[in-house]
Design a protein around this ligand. Structure first.
Ligand code: SAH
Length: 347
């Protein structure tokens, strides 16, 4: 019977060292392999040239390296790149590279599909198939970093968890991936350049605070009025704004960090004075920043971007109340790479 080989990247450095010792070799071989797997992103054992042929064969006999594969890459007119990433079991997720003049951002997925049901998001139409493993999240970042160096001559500067899935519903793996991304044995990136975006899972926001994470938090708010939010994000009935607020207060008290609110303005949904007033009030809870994002239509007719006049009214009201607000233009729309458009159409 054929023995099922283990994914070597599921092993910690210590476990790799112990494996070599058990094979009668020196533990530093484990360190060398770990570096190949993580800092050098090796795709096969043959690349590990500082190991003997016998050692490489022994690894080959025991393990596989389950790397993801960029199945299809699309480049937008504006320089945005979208990768369809094939996982070892044949499922696909998408990740995006967004270059601007000041930064190069990777937008990565945390789950295959999503279990939440935001009415305006294309990913919500795919049911949640599974959580991504830490190495599958890490690999998306590495692939984007390599493309950024290749096409734009600059390394990746920022990461946002705003691809497919709800990162806080794959908490452990997302945090493990971030550990790897920020560790000197991984990409050595500063956590201050990483943002995890959540639809608002109160218990998990509190857990982030308890775990004293150093990365940034964004909340997809879209309405500060429960009835409105529940209509467009039905899980809001399970996690109402009062609970989200309590969790945000806790987050701020523990981390002293501010939070970013993502906000789309739709015609006849959240374009009234009371919507603006509710947002301003919500923003007084803890130090924050509001990102007004453009709606990317997902062919359903229910949602329509509000007039610019309303965006200006929001912006003015927030600024009058000394709340930082930015209005973001979408990128990569022509290749369905913009926020909420990731739905594996490319696969
Ligand atoms: N589940 C997480 C992360 C993925 S969504 C979250 O909700 O934050 C990333 C961002 O894209 C969220 O702010 C989400 O509200 C937004 N988004 C979803 N669909 C969109 C659409 N059609 N147009 C613009 N933004 C969208």
């Amino acid at each position: 019977m054929k023995v099922q080989k283990k994914d070597i990247r599921a092993l910690s450095k210590q476990e790799l060292q112990d494996f070599f010792v058990a094979q009668g070799e020196k533990s530093f071989r484990g360190t060398q392999v770990y570096e190949w797997l993580w800092s050098k992103a090796a795709h096969n054992f043959a690349e590990m040239t500082n190991l003997s042929k016998t050692t490489r064969r022994m690894l080959e006999d025991n393990f596989v390296i389950n790397h993801v594969r960029v199945d299809k890459m699309q480049r937008s007119k504006d320089g945005t790149i979208k990768n369809a990433v094939k996982l070892h079991d044949g499922l696909t997720v998408e990740s995006v590279l967004i270059p601007t003049y000041s930064r190069t951002t990777a937008c990565v997925s945390s789950q295959v599909g999503c279990s939440l049901d935001c009415k305006f998001c294309a990913t919500a139409r795919l049911k949640r198939m599974r959580n991504l493993n830490p190495d599958e999240i890490y690999d998306q970042v590495v692939a984007i970093d390599q493309e950024s160096r290749l096409y734009n001559n600059i390394p990746l500067s920022n990461i946002v968890f705003m691809g497919m899935g709800e990162p806080l519903m794959n908490y452990k793996n997302v945090l493990k991936a971030i550990d790897k991304i920020t560790s000197s044995e991984g990409l050595g990136m500063s956590p201050r350049r990483i943002t995890v975006s959540t639809s608002g899972v109160p218990k998990m926001i509190k857990k982030l605070a308890d775990d004293e994470v150093k990365f940034n938090l964004a909340l997809s708010l879209h309405s500060a009025i429960d009835e409105v939010r529940s209509r467009i994000m039905p899980f809001n009935t399970t996690f109402p704004l009062a609970d989200v607020k309590e969790a945000l207060l806790y987050w701020h008290q523990k981390t002293k960090k501010r939070v970013t609110y993502e906000y789309i303005i739709w015609k006849d949904i959240n374009d009234k004075k009371e919507d603006i007033n509710a947002l301003v009030k919500f923003c007084k809870l803890i130090p924050c920043k509001v990102n007004i994002i453009e709606y990317n239509p997902i062919d359903d007719g229910m949602f329509q971007q509000a007039d610019e006049r309303v965006t200006n009214a929001y912006q003015n009201a927030l600024e009058r109340n000394h709340i930082t607000v930015t209005v973001r233009k979408s990128r990569g729309k022509d290749i369905d790479a913009a926020c909420g458009q990731l739905a594996n159409k490319s696969s």
